[in-house]
Design a protein around this ligand. Structure first.
Ligand SMILES: [Zn+2]
Length: 407
């Protein structure tokens, strides 16, 4: 990691070193499974005996299992190792009107999924979520549940343990984690939806090295999740990444945050619906999905509304490019199914804002509907797979290896 730490006075104990090596081995298995002990030693640069000790421990702890036998031209057939997919995570994606709850295994495969409408207040949400989670655990009684990961359309302050900013949800500052942990008797990790999406990209993406990457989520609002210098950038009070609420026009339409003319007022799904209504009489109950349907059928006003939204998205993304200069921007949104038409509009707007150097790669997320849920899986798992805090800059040899993920 390139992180500079001028306050670190902690010396790596042998326990810390063991923790780092354990994270390295676990991540290598995750990314390269099935993999043999010999290959693990070769790729990690660790001694064979060290690898064996770590593997024995990981097998005892049920993180890793012996997989299929390998084939070699001659000699002993090696046993391959893989992650134990009987280990599972409960996840939920909370959105303003709908919540998706699901069970995923350690490899991010979803075993079942259910939807419910979003309760009116956090207390009812704890009750209803607990009931759903218990039901899912009964359905998958053979699995070992590791914890709960939740994505929220708001910012989570780690200090106060509260969601302090969720303008598109009608709940005000609330604690979801504590009550849910007490109700379920299991650790709960909570994260902003855009942060979850960027984690999903880093954790499940195929890149073998860390990139500076920003995820832009486009739904009821516009959020951004920032992954820089090998880590999620949460900022003071967890408020980092609120580009969506930078006011572009102080006389613009009212925003859910209380301000006027915020970027998301021009670039969200709601904005596209407003553009459509401005151009054409439409029924009040029309949803963004309806608008996409009209665009699929070639409705000119619907396509124009989406174009306008895409221009606004691209223009606003110039803030991200100027401020953070990421290598890649991933867009997570249902509108991306019209990427062929809208992608070039966004790319052109972004390119126009690049001052010098290369333009960041702008692309849609592979499965926009799953990104938040996938991110919550990574959120729960990363605790076990990463090196202990402050220790990762102690082991130079491990840093330079491309295959080690540090999410
Ligand atoms: Zn706003």
């Amino acid at each position: 990691m390139k992180r500079l730490d001028f306050t670190n006075t902690q010396v790596a104990s042998s326990e810390t070193a063991r923790g780092i090596n354990r994270g390295v081995v676990l991540n290598l298995i995750r990314r390269r499974q099935p993999i043999s002990r010999a290959d693990l030693a070769r790729v990690s640069g660790l001694q064979r005996s060290t690898v064996s000790l770590i593997i024995d421990q990981l097998i005892r702890e049920q993180w890793v299992v012996n997989g299929p036998m390998g084939r070699l031209p001659r000699g002993r057939r090696p046993t391959f190792l893989r992650l134990n997919d009987r280990r599972a995570i409960l996840v939920a994606d909370i959105r303003p009107t709908q919540i998706t709850v699901a069970v995923a295994d350690v490899n991010g495969r979803f075993l079942s999924q259910e939807r419910m409408s979003t309760p009116a207040d956090p207390a009812s949400a704890v009750k209803e979520l607990s009931a759903r989670f218990r039901h899912l655990m009964e359905l998958h009684a053979g699995l070992v549940f590791e914890g709960i990961g939740i994505s929220v359309p708001g910012r989570f302050d780690e200090l106060s343990q509260r969601v302090i900013f969720a303008p598109n949800l009608t709940w005000s500052s609330f604690d979801l984690r504590g009550p849910l942990e007490r109700s379920m008797g299991m650790r709960v990790d909570l994260e902003n939806a855009a942060n979850a999406c960027v984690l999903a990209e880093v954790w499940f993406g195929h890149a073998e090295r860390d990139r500076d990457i920003v995820a832009v989520t486009v739904s009821e609002g516009v959020g951004t999740g920032i992954f820089m210098n090998g880590q999620l950038t949460r900022g003071w009070n967890g408020m980092g990444g609120e580009f969506g609420h930078v006011s572009i026009d102080p006389d613009g339409p009212r925003c859910a945050c209380g301000g006027r003319g915020c970027w998301e007022v021009y670039a969200s799904n709601r904005a596209a619906l407003r553009y459509y209504h401005e151009s054409k009489e439409a029924s009040d109950g029309m949803t963004f999905e309806d608008l996409l349907g009209l665009a699929d059928g070639g409705d000119v006003q619907a396509l124009k509304a989406l174009d306008k939204m895409a221009h606004a998205l691209g223009k606003g993304m110039r803030m991200i490019v100027a401020g953070l200069a990421p290598e890649e921007i991933v867009i997570v949104g249902e509108f991306a199914r019209h990427w062929q038409r809208l992608g070039p509009v966004i790319e052109e707007e972004v390119a126009a804002g690049v001052l010098a150097g290369k333009c960041p790669k702008v692309r849609p997320a592979a499965e926009p509907n799953m990104a938040r849920l996938r991110g919550t899986v990574a959120l729960v798992l990363k605790r076990h797979f990463r090196a202990p805090e402050h220790a990762s800059n102690k082991r130079k040899s491990a840093q330079s290896r491309p295959s080690i993920a540090r999410a």
